[in-house]
Structures are given as structure tokens and as C-alpha cells.
Write a protein that binds this ligand. Sequence first.
Ligand code: DAH
Length: 339
Amino acid sequence: MTAAPLAAFLAELDALRADAAAAFAAVTDSSALEAARVEFVGARGGRLKAIQKLLGGLDVADKPAAGKHFNDAKTAIADLLAAAQARLAGATAADDGGGIDVTLPGDPVPRGHFHPLTQTVRRVQEIMGRLGFESVDGPEVEDQWHNFEALAIPAEHPARDPLDNFYLAVARGSDPLLLRSQTSTVQIRVMEQREPPLRIVSLGRVYRPDTADATHYPMFHQVEGLLVEPGTTMAHLKSVLRLFASSFLGGDVHVRFRPSFFPFTEPSVEVDMEWGGRWVEMGGAGMVDPAVLAAVGYDPDAVTGFAFGLGVERIAARRYGVADIRDFYRNDVRFLRQF
Ligand code: DAH
């Protein structure tokens, strides 16, 4: 038997490499890849194996060169197989979502919440809404009429002192405008627009040039309440405040009136609330003064009503046990996160 020529062996090896390159490049799924693997490098019946057997029939002198070519081809085909495997693995990951492992736990997105004062405002609106009080807004830049005049605070009254108010360099006519010092302005605005009966609350910012400390700040919030209905008495006022306080703070809250003075109510009282064994002053209240009713065009002999004004920071601080109202404005998330 004559030895097979080297040239024929090498030609066969080249053909195998070319076929393998084409086959591995063409596979598009794992079963095609496996079929190609078996065809070319299968341990039994693979084409590489078949060619290896031909090595033994070569001329002894040709064997070293033939062996080297065979090993080169074997490595090349192994590389083709690995490349095809890598290509299919990448395609599979891409199909699952761009290389993202969708079975991993997600990154938590922290959920925010409303500022405690905003929560308080909404809660007050909700409770008062249940008692029939509609929530209304008024402007923060006010004129002298709504902030003072119509509320029976005349020009010479100390409450109008420039040192106690933020007057603006802007005037309406000869009247300098100001940042409202109280939400009682909204009583006037609503009564000017509407006829009784009325039940409104207005919550918003007010401004006074106070030095900031644990209980003062140049900007703060008030709840204004106004009820205008025939036959209204101080007993109705107290009942509404007590129902509100019990709902807001929880449990049985006692309300105490102390005689006081406000230009726009007669009689006028300071409102204290007792909760957890401690009395805290929450604001002022009274029966709407006849002069105010006349200022808005109502008949003071025919119309009765009550009004009250409470500090939002005060009721929030009471409810949440906050000792320093400046904490509400520092925007320190370690504080805010607690609510
Ligand atoms: N506006 C008053 C203040 O800022 C609070 C107040 C007292 C409001 C009595 C009222 C009221 O409606 O009747 O100090």
C-alpha cells in the first residue's frame, strides 16, 4: 500500500477548515451550534477525528509537517466553536433585555411624601370640609383695605406699624401694598363676593418681621375660619373648634376661651386647647364684629357669624411633638423623613 500523498492530506485539512468556518458562522441557535460541533469536532465520527486517522497513513518523513498543520487546524476550529458560542450567548442576553439580568432584585426608588406642614394643611381642610367649610385661597400680597381697614383696624392702630409689617415699595393708588400679616383678609374677600350663609376655611402663608426663634418665624401659616349664618352663637364656635381639635389631635380635646380683644370680633377670645394634660394657646376667635359686617355690605342687624384664626405651625408642632418651629423650614431630610 502506497502512502497517501501529503498534498492530498493538506488539501483535505484546508477544506475542513473552510467548511467549519462557514458552518460555525451560519449557526443562529444552540441546536444548530451543537450539530456543527458534533460534525466537526465530535469525538466519534467527527470530521476532524476522521482526518486525524489519515495521519497514520502518511509517509514518515511527512508526518511532522502534517502533524503541525493538523494541530493548527484543530486550534482554529476550536476557536471558531468558541466564537460561535460567545456570539449566541450575547444574543440570548440581548433578547432578555439588553444584557440586564431581569431576575436580580431591582434598585429601590425612595418614595417621597408631602412636607409635614402641607400634610397638616390638607388634614385641616379635610376635617373642616366634613363640617361643611369650603376651602378658599386669598392673595399673599394685600392692600390696606383687606389686611386692615375692613377688619376695623384703623390707620393709627399699632398693628399697622411699618416695623410690624412687610410693606412693599409697590402701591395701589396712594396705598402701599404689603405681604399679608394675617389670613383674616380672606374673610373680607369672601364676604365681599358672596351672600350668607357662608362656611369657609382659608389656609396659607402670612408674614411678619419677627426674629426667628423656637416659636416665631418671619413667615408662617394660619387657618382662618368663618361661618356666617342666622342665629350663630359662641357655643357654635366652641363646638366647631372642639370637633376640629378632637379630629385633628385625636381623643377628647378640651377647648378653653379666654377673654381677649381683636378689632374684627366682638366678643373676642384667645383659644386654648388641652391635649395630653397640657394647655396650649392655638389662636384667636370671636363673633364677627358688626363693623366688619357693615364694611362688606351686610346688614349688621340681620347677620351673625363667628371667625377664628389658628397657627398651623402651632397645631402641627403640638400634634407631632416638635419643639422648634424652625425645624419645619430647614429642609433637613432627617427631620422631614419622620412624618
Ligand atoms: N388674625 C388674628 C391674628 O393673626 C387671629 C384671629 C383672631 C383670627 C380672631 C380670627 C379671629 O378670625 O376671629 O392674630
